[in-house]
Ligand binder design. Structure first.
Ligand SMILES: O=c1nc[nH]c2c1ncn2[C@H]1C[C@H](O)[C@@H](COP(=O)(O)OP(=O)(O)OP(=O)(O)O)O1
Ligand SMILES: [Mg+2]
Length: 202
């Protein structure tokens, strides 16, 4: 089966990519499936910069095309925080539970209408010898008053997508994968994958 390498150590993301690429008969391999690859330092100030850093470093080590995903939660009432610092919002150890508690406590007392937010996903495809390509997807919504649901990962238990009354973590994974920022970014990338075969390793 053809394979695509995703420069992520996040198991939640990796599982979503595995689902996304199934219809193309593409096996998605994450950094958890490959040996001895470094954790790329995310020193960029934008999702785009960090996605490029992850894709380009791993592509250069493997001499293969690589896809990377940099994503996060942008909350209007917090001037866009946690944004690119989403994973490390409550500290370097990347704890989803503490990150959600920090967001909920910062938004305490803020009414529903002012809790608007969006998930952002920037995908980068780096291929040795070519210019890196980028694809962006969004999912609009608002921050709940508490955590609800067990599905998904990251901030899903506190994010209510626009048009829904439940959090992302209360929706099925199939539903999430139809409406998420990651899906919306993948849709942009589909043509590249299918027509140019850029990501494919036999
Ligand atoms: O669908 C999502 N549902 C809920 N939360 C999400 C989602 N997508 C991103 N997020 C949050 C998780 C993490 O707090 C940050 C991503 O940080 P980000 O650096 O891109 O990923 P990461 O460090 O977990 O893994 P890696 O860099 O190896 O891909 O945004
Ligand atoms: Mg990261």
């Amino acid at each position: 089966m053809k394979q695509i390498i995703i420069a992520t150590k996040n198991k939640g993301k990796a599982n979503e990519f595995k689902e996304f690429f199934k219809p193309y008969n593409l096996k998605a391999l994450s950094l958890n499936d490959l040996e001895d690859l470094p954790d790329v330092e995310e020193t960029g100030e934008t999702f785009k910069e960090n996605a490029a850093l992850k894709a380009e470093e791993i592509a250069s080590i493997l001499s293969l095309p690589v896809l990377a995903d940099d994503s996060g939660l942008v909350i209007d009432a917090l001037d866009g925080r946690p944004g690119v610092y989403s994973a490390r919002y409550a500290g370097e150890h990347k704890d989803d539970q503490l990150n959600m508690e920090k967001v909920l406590s910062e938004l305490r007392g803020i009414p529903e209408a002012k809790r608007t937010a969006r998930f952002v996903c920037v995908l980068a495809i780096a291929s040795p010898g070519s210019k890196t390509r980028f694809y962006t997807g969004y999912c609009e919504g608002r921050i709940a008053d508490n955590q609800y649901g067990e599905n998904g990962f990251g901030y899903d238990p506190i994010f209510i997508p626009k048009g829904y009354q439940q959090t992302m973590a209360q929706l099925s994974s199939d539903k999430k994968n139809q409406i998420s920022h990651r899906r919306n970014a993948i849709v942009q990338l589909e043509d590249t994958v299918t027509q140019h075969g850029l990501l494919i390793k036999e």
